[in-house]
Ligand binder design. Structure first.
Ligand code: AMP
Length: 282
């Protein structure tokens, strides 16, 4: 595996790949890799000749400095995992490389409702920072294809808008959520949970899948309040939001009709650890 910390050397390497007529697939991550990340790399391998994975914990998308400080760092293990699955290129820039003029959040584009609702309303500025770094990474890597997870559904939707608005010539692939056997969506943040908390965290996906099962049998209002009550039955879990929205517009849906494409999504705290999850209906 080729490993680059600098933009110029990475770009020179990728230029050679392009000149050989090979396509580039790109998987941006913040590291602390798990099976979810690896599934994106597998997808990228299937759809492109050369796969670039980046690991960069982007400071401008953290609105809470404590959260940034506590974000797991496991570069050595990550590198080993990537070598093992035969990833082609790893890009691990530091903050100075990505922000040579100093760390400052920029707003690349006003995404409107899709960025201000759900995660956007609870993490102000988060999506601006995320879009800022994804735009920079896309300018550096210039991938033919970009692979992002459904796990961060709203992020993926915003990046889709960004690509369209900026006319960036890359094709975005949305990849399914990889879960533990107990249903818990894999996340780098799960590393901060003990066994008891992990058992509790499984209530999140249980609540989402219950809604999916019962969507045509109960009202949306009842489904939402029961889901929140189930999740909060044990006092450890605190729901920040749980919403049932149109999967394209992210507007709340009040009544289910057959054929609708819905996103059931939630964010919940287990102590200081914030977890998100979602399921798609239709
Ligand atoms: P992160 O390192 O959390 O920024 O995630 C990097 C990419 O991996 C994003 O596109 C995520 O949506 C995706 N991802 C994170 N967790 C999972 C998962 N459990 N299954 C599939 N993709 C995931």
């Amino acid at each position: 595996m080729y490993i680059f910390q600098e933009i110029t050397t990475l770009k020179a390497h990728l230029q050679k790949i392009r000149e050989q007529g090979q396509t580039i697939g790109f998987v941006p991550t913040m590291g602390a890799l798990h099976e979810g990340h690896l599934s994106l790399i597998e997808q990228a391998k299937q759809h492109s000749d050369v796969v670039v994975c980046s690991i960069f914990v982007n400071p401008t998308q953290f609105e809470n400095p404590e959260d940034l400080k506590k974000y797991p760092n496991a570069l050595e293990d990550d590198t080993e995992m990537l070598i093992k699955i035969e990833n082609d290129v790893l890009f691990t820039p530091n903050v100075e490389v990505m922000y040579p003029e100093g760390v400052e959040r920029e707003k690349p584009y006003d995404f409107g409702w899709v960025a201000s609702t759900l995660e956007g309303s609870h993490r102000p500025g988060h999506f601006d920072g995320m879009a800022q770094v994804v735009k920079r990474l896309l300018e550096i890597v210039e991938p033919d294809k970009l692979f992002m997870g459904q796990k961060d559904f709203q992020q993926q939707l915003i990046v889709r808008n960004l690509i369209e608005f900026m006319g960036i010539p890359t094709e975005l692939h949305r990849c399914p959520i990889i879960r533990e056997e107990n249903g818990l969506a894999m996340s780098s943040r799960n590393r901060r949970l003990n066994d008891y908390e992990i058992a509790e965290a499984t209530q999140i996906s249980k609540a989402l899948f219950r809604i999916k099962r019962l969507i045509s049998e109960q009202t949306i209002a009842d489904l939402k309040s029961e889901a929140i009550a189930n999740m909060e039955r044990n006092k450890l879990l605190k729901v920040e939001y749980l919403e049932i929205v149109d999967a394209k517009t992210l507007k709340a849906v009040e009544r289910y009709e057959k054929g609708m494409e819905l996103l059931v999504c939630t964010a919940a705290y287990l102590g200081p650890v914030r977890l998100i999850d979602n399921v798609l209906i239709g």
